[in-house]
Design a protein around this ligand. Sequence first.
Ligand SMILES: [Zn+2]
Ligand SMILES: [Zn+2]
Length: 77
Amino acid sequence: MGTCDTCGNGYDDSFQVIKDGTEYTFDCFECAIHKLAPECAACGIRIIGHGVQHGQALYCCGHCAHGAGASGIVDHA
Ligand SMILES: [Zn+2]
Ligand SMILES: [Zn+2]
C-alpha cells in the first residue's frame, strides 16, 4: 500500500511515477497531474498532452505560444 504524495490517501492500487530521478507515489492520475504536470506559461492550465515549447517556456497550445511571440508555431487541428 502506498500513500499519495499529493493528497495523502493510503491506497492499495497506488502507483509510482519517476520524474527527474525522484520517485512519487499517487493514488490516481488526477493527483499525479496536479503535482507533476507543467503549467502553460500563458493561461496557467495544466499541460497533460504534448504541449508546445518555446524557448524555456511550455504552452498548452499554439494560441498561447503565439501570445508570447512564438509566431512560427501554428495549431494543426
Ligand atoms: Zn491522491
Ligand atoms: Zn495556454
